[in-house]
Design a protein around this ligand. Sequence first.
Ligand code: IPE
Ligand code: IPE
Ligand code: MG
Length: 250
Amino acid sequence: MNEKLQSINLNNVPRHIAIIMDGNGRWAKGKGMQRVFGHKNALTAVREAVDASKQIGTKFVTLYAFSTENWNRPKLEVDALMSLLVSALKKELPEFHKKGIKVNSIGAVDQLPKTAQKTLQKVIEETQNNNVITLTFALSYGSREEIVNAIKNISKKVVNNEIDVKKIDEKIINNHLYTFNLPDVDLMIRTSGEQRISNFLLWQMAYAELYFTDVLWPDFRQEDLFDAVINYQNRERRFGKTSEQIGTDV
Ligand code: IPE
Ligand code: IPE
Ligand code: MG
């Protein structure tokens, strides 16, 4: 058995891991190639991250694949990313079934090209009864856009007397986010050495542990996910309390 995997306490694994898959462009450049070459080589890393999460028993993995801001990239790159998304989803469908992966998406997916929307919808429908792990792709996702959208939908319900303003609470807001069916993020991993959130799951990461690694996304392997989880397990999640209160101050 893998040495790193062995040192993980399986009774304390993050339930929800979110990953900002960053560094594809730099990885390609480092090899003297075009940026798109990096995106093409990102799929292995996705498989490794999901397989590693599955091995430790994490039930939810969310991958930041395309942000609302990424629409501002050169058209050639955006088009390449969209067609890679379609081909990757098609290619992976048998694997999703074999591994019990339920595919989900968050974001303004209606902004994606029609073919991407159709493929995504098909994969989501066909995998909906799988229950080993929920793999969520954040596509055309922006946390601020998500919050704006939630406020609009809640406001409409207030106007229609479906929601009483006095009853608006965190639960109601949660239920109007794209992530309504996902638990809060426990561990957020960002590759490529950048230490920022880039408009990802702002609400859902309120109490997540953040882990940054210099590894560029196409190089990310199971061991790297295990490293992140080991690091996570060495932290104390206090949620505002003191060490004494949670009984770790010995
Ligand atoms: C992450 O890699 C993939 C997407 C944002 C789609 P980048 O394309 O951001 O790679 P760098 O950050 O330029 O190296
Ligand atoms: C964040 O990466 C979005 C995804 C990984 C899909 P970026 O590379 O676009 O982030 P910034 O713009 O450098 O913060
Ligand atoms: Mg980047």
